[in-house]
Design a protein around this ligand. Structure first.
Ligand SMILES: Nc1ncnc2c1ncn2[C@@H]1O[C@H](COP(=O)(O)OP(=O)(O)OP(=O)(O)O)[C@@H](O)[C@H]1O
Ligand SMILES: [Mg+2]
Length: 310
């Protein structure tokens, strides 16, 4: 298997803050790898180290076999980067923005012209080619951003929270495009996201906190240890329900999920909790609508990891 991203013990400090702290990561070619982590986990700093916008204090890394310290130019040529705070040129049209990013990447007109047409068709913006960027909707800007990151035919696409603030339907469209790009262009993708539905679309996920990966695996393997340990509870009043459920010694954690709660219980205790907790709740005047085991979600796994890490 050919490795596209190889990072070994990478560390970067800002004053007293260690933004990336001994980050080790290996992403095979053709894979979509998701970085998930809370605000300040070090995701953006990791991306900036990978594109050579920042130098590490220690550790090493390579992209497509090119060392980040000694061969950054060659590494960069393989990368298409869509930064978290990406900005288009608002006064330029869609087509002009693409031309700009193509030329910045050193593509001559005979190369970028047909590629631009292909990218406009790919992201579905051909009919808006002459619209100025400031007039685009949030979702269209996102798609144009993706097209600019792909214009020079990168081998590795780095997407830092690409769908932040975009509605769920548009996010869905955007992910379909990413999937298509992976298949049609043989891309490798490293993407950070706060959304678990997006994380679950990745081949592998790394949970990042305090500058390092806490746990890593396929979405399936990360939720596997929680099978049989998540109970869904619908009951009220909520504050009282929380108090009583948290007091059950087999309940490790209780989290609100919309109008429901998810309880994480110790291994092998789900049946017991299901039997005794409703009685404890009704005894104090709470009303229990439902308490039942459910398949664990990636959110449940993430919450557990964050709690264990503190
Ligand atoms: N240029 C900088 N100067 C000083 N501190 C910085 C700088 N860049 C990042 N940091 C700090 O490093 C830590 C990691 O920040 P980073 O932006 O990499 O996190 P993140 O995971 O991308 O967060 P978010 O989800 O909010 O985008 C934070 O504590 C941040 O304040
Ligand atoms: Mg960030």
């Amino acid at each position: 298997m050919v490795i596209m991203i190889e990072v070994d013990n990478l560390t970067r400090r800002f004053g007293t803050v260690t933004a990336v702290s001994g980050l080790t990561l290996s992403v095979p070619t053709g894979e979509i790898y998701g970085l998930v982590g809370p605000d300040g986990a070090g995701k953006t700093t990791a991306f900036r180290l990978l594109v050579g916008a920042l130098l590490p204090d220690s550790g090493r890394g390579s992209i497509g076999g090119h060392d980040l310290l000694t061969e950054i130019e060659a590494a960069r040529r393989l990368i298409g980067y869509l930064p978290q705070r990406f900005s288009l040129y608002p006064d330029l049209t869609v087509a002009e923005n693409l031309r700009f990013f193509a030329e910045v990447n050193g593509l001559p007109p005979p190369e970028w012209q047909p590629r631009r047409e292909a990218m406009l068709a790919f992201v579905g913006l051909a009919e808006f080619a002459h619209r100025q960027a400031w007039q685009l909707s949030g979702g269209m800007k996102q798609k144009l951003g993706l097209a600019t990151a792909l214009i020079h035919r990168p081998r590795l696409l780095l997407l830092d929270e690409p769908t932040g603030g975009v509605d769920p339907v548009t996010r869905q469209d955007f992910w379909q495009l990413i999937g298509k790009a992976v298949v049609e262009e043989g891309l490798t993708v490293l993407v950070s996201t706060p959304y678990m539905d997006e994380a679950s679309r990745c081949n592998h996920i790394g949970f990042m906190q305090h500058g390092r990966i806490l746990a890593e695996g396929t979405p399936q393997s990360l939720i596997e240890p929680l099978h049989g340990r998540i109970l869904e509870l619908v009951a009220s009043p909520r504050r009282l329900v929380r108090q009583v459920a948290a007091a059950d010694t087999a309940v490790e954690d209780i989290q609100p999920f919309g109008h429901k709660f998810h309880l994480r219980v110790q291994p092998g205790t789900a049946v017991m909790v299901q039997q005794r907790l409703p009685a404890a709740l009704t005894a104090v005047g709470a009303v229990v609508e439902r308490l039942a085991p459910i398949p664990p979600l990636l959110e449940d796994a993430f919450i557990q990891l964050l709690h264990e890490a503190i």
